[in-house]
Design a protein around this ligand. Structure first.
Ligand code: GLA
Length: 699
């Protein structure tokens, strides 16, 4: 029997190959003093294969779960996987498996345990046979867990209310299945990420959990099944159930990467390790701070002419903004959302001197310049569509359904290259250093004029792979440009897109109250510098809620801070306050954007919210009220993440006219005491906030 261990300080993954050639996952958990103890308990077969319905039980219990369901060239549906070979280099293991009856159809599993204890599984399926393989199901990861109880956290929502965290206990016999079938903006229904807490509801700094995410922007499924025998089966992958994928002779498919973080120290530890991994290995420039920007959308919407933009840029620069982003409305004949997607040349009426002149004006103001594009889409009222209607996704003979007056381009067709459209614009105006890449609608009428009839189902998978391929080429051609990922707000918020975008737009809903909930969810997966958080006008455009400038700024401090309003409409007082707050945000930016995150008080649990970021010898505590606090008394925010041996100076930064809220302001106190007793804050209203800097005192 061959045995394999992948190990870090936090995690051990152990596999063995049985005498019959089965590859078995024996252990995924905290590192063991004697690694081989991992094989002491009866183990499960991994991955569970299609044929294992009755004979090969998982830990002795029949489950009915399977990871792969293929129609093989001979028409049969079973796939009896045996190990062909296994190679291990350090913490990377590559195993090839095949059914002896179909040796040319090979599954390659690549497991890597990264230095932060983050396990990634990449699975590829290659068809070296002469026939076709039809993929009906192929999960990126399928694994069992065993605990007394299972508490599943998911992040679901809809437009303007994305990403709401909910935890539920999964009772024996129950299955929870979530996913998306929108094709391309799959996070609008819910991000493909989850937490399984083992034995008790999830906690930040205690309780074993598995935090997982599928690195995929397409259709997906996450399934959690609590068997009546006590086992949990977890499955995650692209959802092939609506559209089987045809693997032609000689073809290969690389399934989305599954990302799994096991922690014995709670979901706070799991998030921090995932953040470190993403910064180092996934998110472009993940270890850098981001520019403070002003985006034109909520301020002026489609009314973007040269004079307006010049004035906005000047005002932005005066506020201390570093980058001006021209949102929708600059191209074709785009006066509203009914036309011009696909015609990516500046509207000559609005912008007679084009984009280079705007970039130059920004330069003269001392700020950078960026633009909005929606390169995967086409308006039926556009030259692109009039000349090439076959480039849109549609069914033959059916009038395609429009959403926001637009259709989706068929990215499975090599003639459709959104990255080239973006490159052409970037080449025409080299001063552009930021692109907001939007994707506002889901797929419908899912037919491709390019794909052969037997492969129509491949549209879903090929679309996403080609979106990624295009992004990869684009980034290679324009290595200095930042690409934001937006999809009618947070419709595309996943670790697949994170490899190509520095940051995400979380929601079109910019109400600071609602944002606290969405930001709290997003930071379970993404580090602060990958989250766009904008200060917008009050009352809020979407909800009508009024909040103070301080509250809106303090909420936006949780990520990459920006503004999204018309700076021409600001009062002198507002300008003065914004200048000061932006200067402060710049000072605090390294702590938040490069720091380690400690979630302290969840807005989902009561009327407060608090997070702490620690960077080098400083920490920043951000606290908020969402509702009216229960009493008009002092609350104590529990602290974590400080150095217990250090002494900290405590400074509340930029309180509003009602005075300081932190009762320890100006004092110096030990980290141990602060973590034992918390920081007392005095609240008396909803939507108050308090920003506290804690600095280690030398010596
Ligand atoms: C989407 C985005 C917005 C804005 C508009 C422009 O809705 O989420 O931020 O860019 O498109 O049309």
């Amino acid at each position: 029997m061959d045995r394999y261990h992948l190990r870090t300080d936090d995690v051990q993954v152990s596999l063995r190959c049985t005498d019959e050639g089965k590859l078995v996952l024996s252990y995924f958990g905290a590192p063991l003093a004697v690694a081989d103890d991992a094989f002491a308990a009866p183990a499960c077969e991994w991955p569970p294969a299609a044929t294992d319905f009755d004979s090969r039980a998982l830990w002795g219990n029949y489950s009915g779960e399977f990871a792969y369901h293929l129609r093989l060239p001979d028409g049969t549906l079973g796939w009896d996987l045996r190990t062909v070979d296994v190679r291990q280099e350090g913490n990377a293991l590559t195993a090839r498996l095949a059914d002896p009856r179909h040796p040319d159809i090979v599954l390659t599993l690549r497991l890597r345990l990264r230095e932060d204890g983050v396990l990634t599984q990449d699975t590829a399926l290659s068809n070296g046979s002469q026939g076709r393989v039809e993929i009906l199901r192929a999960l990126s990861a399928a694994l069992p867990a065993r605990a007394k109880s299972y508490h599943i956290t998911t992040f679901r929502g809809g437009w303007a209310g994305e990403n709401y965290l909910r935890e539920q206990e999964l009772l024996p016999g129950n299955t929870l299945s979530v996913g998306s079938t929108t094709g391309i903006k799959c996070a609008q229904e819910g991000t493909p990420g989850f937490i399984v807490s083992l034995g008790a509801p999830a906690q930040e700094e205690r309780v074993c959990c598995i935090l997982g995410a599928l690195a995929w922007s397409g259709n997906y499924t996450l399934t959690f099944k609590h068997s009546t025998y006590g086992q949990l089966y977890l499955g995650m992958g692209h959802d092939f159930s609506h559209a089987p994928h045809m693997l032609e002779a000689g073809a290969e498919i690389a399934l989305p990467t599954a990302v799994l973080v096991f922690s014995t120290r709670g979901k706070g530890d799991a998030s921090r390790r995932l953040h470190r991994h993403l910064r180092r290995h996934v998110i472009p420039r993940g270890n850098e701070t981001r520019r403070i920007l002003l985006n034109s959308w909520e301020g002026v919407h489609f009314d973007v002419d040269e004079a307006t933009l010049h004035a906005m840029m000047q005002k932005s620069a005066q506020l201390g903004v570093e980058l001006f982003v021209l949102d929708d409305g600059w191209f074709g004949k785009r006066k509203d959302d009914t036309t011009s997607l696909g015609d990516w040349t500046p509207d000559a009426e609005k912008l007679p001197h084009g984009l280079p002149a705007l970039a130059e004006h920004a330069r003269q103001c001392g700020i950078d310049f960026g633009i909005w594009m929606e390169p995967e889409m086409v308006s039926p009222r556009s030259s692109l569509y009039e000349q090439n209607p076959a480039l849109a996704i549609r069914l033959p003979g059916v009038q395609p359904r429009e959403e926001r007056h637009q259709l989706v381009l068929d990215l499975s067709n090599p003639a459709v290259q959104p990255d080239h459209m973006v490159s052409a614009v970037l080449q025409s105006a080299p001063g552009i250093s930021y692109v907001k890449w939007d994707c506002n609608r889901k797929m419908s009428d899912t037919g491709s004029t390019y794909l052969p009839s037997a492969m129509q189902g491949n549209l879903f998978f090929d679309y996403i792979r080609n979106y990624y391929n295009g992004m990869r080429r684009l980034r290679e051609r324009h290595p200095d440009v930042t690409f934001q990922c937006c999809s009618a707000g947070g419709g595309r918020l996943d670790l697949g897109a994170a490899a190509f975008h520095e940051e995400f737009w979380l929601s079109d809903n910019t109400d600071a109250h609602d944002r606290l909930f969405m930001q709290w969810s997003a930071i379970h997966f993404l580090p602060a510098n990958a989250i766009g958080c904008h200060v917008t006008a009050s009352p809020n455009l979407y909800t009508g809620r009024e909040t103070s400038l301080k509250f809106r700024f303090d909420v936006a401090l949780m990520g990459r801070l920006g503004l999204e309003l018309d700076p021409r409409s600001l009062s002198e007082d507002d300008v003065a306050e914004i200048r000061e707050r932006i200067a402060l945000a710049k000072e605090l930016r390294p702590i938040v954007q490069l720091g380690e995150l400690y979630r302290l008080v969840s807005p989902y649990a009561g009327p407060e919210c608090a997070v702490l970021y620690r960077h080098e010898n400083e920490a920043l505590l951000l606290c908020y009220t969402t509702e009216h606090p229960y009493t008009d008394q002092h609350t104590r925010i529990p602290l974590a993440g400080l150095n217990p041996a250090a002494r900290y100076s405590i400074e509340e930064l930029m309180p509003d006219s009602t005075g300081t809220r932190c009762l320890l302001h100006g004092q110096t106190i030990g980290g141990d005491h602060l973590m034992h007793t918390g920081i007392p804050i005095h609240w008396n209203r909803p939507h108050q906030s308090c920003v506290i800097r804690l600095r280690e005192i030398a010596g």
